[in-house]
Write a protein that binds this ligand. Structure first.
Ligand code: ZN
Length: 161
């Protein structure tokens, strides 16, 4: 079997849990997740663990916030007038919304709500969390020149375009 290294395509099955053992996300029941090693397609604390691994290898990794989605940044929490959300149906705490910035869209989470104001948090929902991954390597292969140009995997577990 091919050994994963920089620029290898890796397909993995994974389950990720928070510090209390609650499942946050899993590929179970879906196709594996595919990424190119070393391009930052996935969080660094997980990515580097695949170097030297091969098809069939299974392992667990604990990823601290600094190697994952970062610490929570209070500057990304903002209070905005509720009038700005006039078009949103059933606005509620925990709701995730797409916000348009100058050249990007970002996802914000509603964390508080009053008659006149809405507090939104643009931190990644997993920021500040230590994550425990159960991972299985489904396949390792060479990235195609086109995949390297695009910076992501095509086909199973990757982009379909
Ligand atoms: Zn592409």
């Amino acid at each position: 079997f091919m050994i994963a290294a920089q620029n290898s395509v890796v397909l993995m099955d994974y389950t990720v849990k928070d510090g209390e053992g609650n499942i946050i996300d899993t590929s179970s029941g879906h196709e594996p997740l595919a990424f190119i090693v070393g391009l930052g397609n996935i969080i660094p604390g997980l990515e580097r663990e695949f170097i030297g691994k091969k098809k069939g290898d299974a392992f667990t990794v604990t990823v601290k916030p600094e190697d994952g989605y970062g610490d929570k940044d209070d500057a990304l929490v903002e209070v905005v007038p509720r009038a700005q959300f006039a078009g949103v149906k059933n606005l509620g705490v925990g709701m995730q919304l797409q916000a348009q910035t100058d050249d990007d869209t970002m996802v914000v989470t509603v964390i508080n709500l009053t008659e006149t104001e809405v507090t939104v948090d643009a931190n990644h929902p997993l920021a500040g969390k230590t994550l425990n991954f159960d991972v299985k390597v489904v396949d390792v292969r060479v990235a195609s020149p086109e995949e390297m140009t695009h910076g992501h995997v095509h086909g199973v577990g990757g982009h379909h375009h």
